[in-house]
Every structure is written in C-alpha cells, then in structure tokens.
Design a binder for this molecule. Structure first.
Ligand SMILES: *Cc1c(COP(=O)(O)O)cnc(C)c1O
Ligand code: SF4
Length: 444
C-alpha cells in the first residue's frame, strides 16, 4: 500500500468522510487547529468503522472532536476562523490556547542532560539506566493521536522540541555514563525516519563499541498506524537488516509498541509486520494509556493482552493518561484505572501478567497505583515507584489519601496527616539545582 497522509487541507478526500455530519466536520476544522491532526489511508481504510463513527475508537484516537477543547476555546477558534482571520492570527490564538494545556508535562526540562555547560536538547536522561534519544528526523508520526502528550513537537510551538541533530554528542554522553544500559529512540515515532537514517544512528552506536549499552529500544506506533513500514515500504528490507545487525551485535533489541485498542491488532498487515519483526530476533513489548472513549473497559484490555501474547508480544505497561492536551476528554480517575487493570489482569493467565500498571509517568517517576485500601479507618491509595528520578525511591510502598476523583499525582495528598510525600524534599532540591544551572547554553 502506498502511504497517503490526510491533514486539514485534504481530509475531505477521505473515503467514508461523507458519513460524518456537518458538525463533525466543523469540529475537525476547528479543534484540528489546536490539537495535532494527521491520519492516513491505512487508518481510515482498515481500522475505522465509518458506519459507527460516533463511537469508533480509532476515529476518536485520530480525529479531533469538539469536546476535546473547552467550549470557550472552541468558540474562540470558531469565531476567528469564521471571521476570515489570517493564518498567522489563527496560529497565534492556537498557540495561546495550547499554552493553557500544559504542553510540557512531567517536568521534562529536568531530564535534559549536559556535557559541561552544553544542554543536550535531543536527549532526556531521567532514570539511571535509560537514556531517551529524540533524533531530529523522527519528530513526526504516521498519524497523530488526539491524546498525545508530545503534541508540541508537531504543532510548531517554538522552543519545545526535544531534538538533536548529531550522533557525536549522543555517543560521547553514553560513553561518559557507564551506568546507562538502555538507549531508547523515541519521538514522535523514530520509525518514520528512513532506514538509512536509522542505520546511521545505529551503526554509530555499534561502531563505538559502547559496552554499557545492552538494550536498544525503539518506541513506535507504526504497527498500529502503518504496518507497511515493516513490510512493503521501499526501505522495509533495509530496516530489517538494521534490526538484524543490532541482534547480531549481541544487543537486546526491544520494540516498544503502542497499541491502544484490540482492533489495531486485527489486520493481516499488522500480524505480518509483527511476525517479520520478531523473525529478526527483536522483542516487542507493548504499552498504552487508559483512555476514556477509547479503551476504558477491562474486557478490551484482557483481549488486547491475550492477542498480543498470541502474536508473541510482551505486555509491558498500562499508563494513566498524562495531564496535557485534551486531557479532560480522555480522563479516567485513578481508582477506575486500577479497577480496569485488576479486572483485566485477573482474567488472563500468567504469561500476560508481565504487564505493570496503572502507572503515572509524573515528575518524580513512574508511580504505580497498587490499589485502594483502608488502614485503621482511613481510606488510602497504596502507591509505589516503578521508576524514580532517584533509584532509591523505587519499590517502597507509600500512601495517599483516597480520592475517588483524583486522576493525577498532583491531585493526591499524603495519607495519615503527613505534610509531604517521602520524596518531595529531594525532588525540590533537584528543581533548585536545575534552576541554578539554567545559565547553560542550549544546543539545538
Ligand atoms: C518510561 C520511561 C523510561 C523507560 O522506563 P522503563 O521502565 O525502563 O521502561 C525512560 N525514560 C523516561 C523519561 C520514561 O518515561
Ligand atoms: S504515535 Fe505516540 S508520539 Fe505519535 S501522536 Fe501518537 S502518542 Fe504521540
């Protein structure tokens, strides 16, 4: 299949779009000015059921809906567009609205490391063992998710891209940090890069014989949004050869695949793609947030995990949706996330129970909701770090006051009358340290 992308300027040519009401189209045209919008012919032709468009999970995943913006923002944008405002004016307003939507959640600026006094803007190093790398050519995706927390990267907001052009600084940084075992290519979707570009990065890593790097990971949504990336694109075979080289170099190759709904696992193309990637020796680990209107039912999760295991993938993380963008539309309270998790978890056998969650990727770390409980008459959430900015924080149970409406860490307060969570003083110290060093030059 030949890739055809759909954005605001050509979405009316999508087959099936005539099933959408006039109001539905206006929603795309208005909300799509603020939230990223991009779909393609695989998503629209094979994943979306156009006869059930009001409920369709993949339509909701890729197409902006009116309810994804606050009504005042929607009206503001609607009036502006109706008044025939210039593109520049529309963009200015869109940026202003975006700024109210917490475009850079979880203190990502704290993760940007330095060599001397140079900030390495294409790298994030939050957890000791794992470095994230944002190659500049991979800051796009085959389609965009309406819930995406990386959306500033696609909507042209200045100064918010985490991208780095050069491999030298990356390999230098990894060489100086022997504690790092994992390098994770991320984006956007790094598999939107050409295979020769990916090969350039990977070969530089392998040639430098960085003994500390044992696992190379790629975060990707290509299995869901464009499985032909692994099958019939002009450079698919080259990509398989890059994967082969990583495995033959004795590294663990882990493809961190995003699947939000079982329908994404249902086509021949995705199943073939998974088989082909697995045949290189790569592992495929899967993850997704819990999203209202898309997958907030235990049955779907149990089905997703089983299908993934049948296809020899490894269920890895269930996330809580981040506090950014169209968050309110997708919001699922923490207690419901936990309920969905355990109702799904208990339906599946041990081979599916490699999955961990629900987990919030918040400023201090990845925090798992172990459950709600009652201790000496006080209702509490039991929590633990799966990953911490300080590795010492990992795996210590801690407690927050139970709150049925809380949907993120910042809505929780410590239980038992404590003033602070155990990690808060240290986290604050990290913030101060970052501020002190913010004089450092940016490297773009
Ligand atoms: C999730 C995440 C990682 C990877 O963590 P693992 O638990 O090893 O998969 C690394 N860096 C950041 C910033 C993350 O959010
Ligand atoms: S594939 Fe990932 S990075 Fe791309 S839009 Fe979706 S969530 Fe965002």
């Amino acid at each position: 299949m030949k890739y055809q992308s759909y954005q605001l300027h050509n979405y009316t040519s999508i087959e099936g779009i005539d099933k959408l009401s006039a109001a539905g189209r206006r929603a795309i045209e208005i909300t799509g000015r603020v939230l990223p919008f991009k779909a393609n012919n695989y998503v629209t032709g094979e994943l979306i059921d156009w006869d059930n468009i009001d409920e369709d999970p993949i339509f909701t995943l890729c197409f902006p809906r009116k309810e994804m913006l606050q009504s005042t923002h929607f009206k503001q944008m609607e009036q502006l567009v109706a008044s025939g405002a210039s593109d520049a004016r529309i963009k200015e307003t869109a940026d202003a609205i975006r700024h109210t939507l917490n475009p850079n959640p979880a203190g990502q600026h704290l993760n940007v490391p330095r060599i001397g006094n140079i900030r390495l803007n294409g790298i994030q190093h939050k957890y000791r063992e794992t470095v994230l790398f944002f190659p500049s050519q991979g800051q796009t995706c085959h389609a965009y998710c309406t819930f995406c927390f990386r959306w500033p990267q696609f909507s042209g907001m200045n100064g918010m891209k985490f991208a780095m052009k050069e491999t030298e600084l990356l390999t230098k940084y990894l060489g100086k940090h022997p504690e790092v075992t994992d390098l994770l290519f991320t984006g956007g979707d790094p598999l939107t890069m050409s295979s020769s570009c990916i090969a350039g990065y990977v070969d530089a890593l392998l040639d430098n014989r960085l003994q500390n790097i044992q696992t190379i990971r790629f975060g990707t949504k290509a299995f869901s949004y464009w499985p032909y990336r692994f099958l019939t694109d002009h450079d698919s075979d080259d990509l398989m050869r890059v994967f082969d080289r990583i495995v033959r170099a004795g590294k663990n190759l882990a493809i961190m695949a995003h699947f939000n709904h079982p329908v994404e696992l249902s086509t021949n193309a995705v199943q073939e793609a998974i088989r082909r990637v697995r045949s290189t020796g790569a592992q495929i680990r899967t993850q997704s947030p819990v999203l209202n209107h898309i997958n907030n039912r235990p049955k779907l999760w149990a089905e997703m995990w089983r299908k993934q295991v049948n296809l020899n993938c490894i269920p890895y993380y269930m996330f809580v949706a981040r506090d950014t963008g169209a968050r309110e539309f997708f919001d699922v309270p923490l207690v419901d996330c936990w309920d969905i998790f355990r109702r799904a978890y208990r339906q599946v056998s041990g081979v599916c129970r490699t999955v961990r969650g629900p987990s919030m990727s918040a400023t201090p770390g990845k925090i798992q909701i172990l459950g709600a409980s009652e201790i000496r008459g006080e209702k509490v959430f039991v929590l633990r770090f799966l990953q911490g900015r300080n590795p010492d924080w990992v795996d210590r149970p801690f407690f927050a006051k139970f709150d049925p409406e809380a949907s993120w860490l910042n809505m929780l307060v410590p239980a038992f009358g404590e003033q602070k969570f155990f990690f808060e003083d240290e986290l604050e110290a990290l913030y101060h340290d970052d501020y002190r060093r913010s004089e450092a030059k940016n490297f773009e």
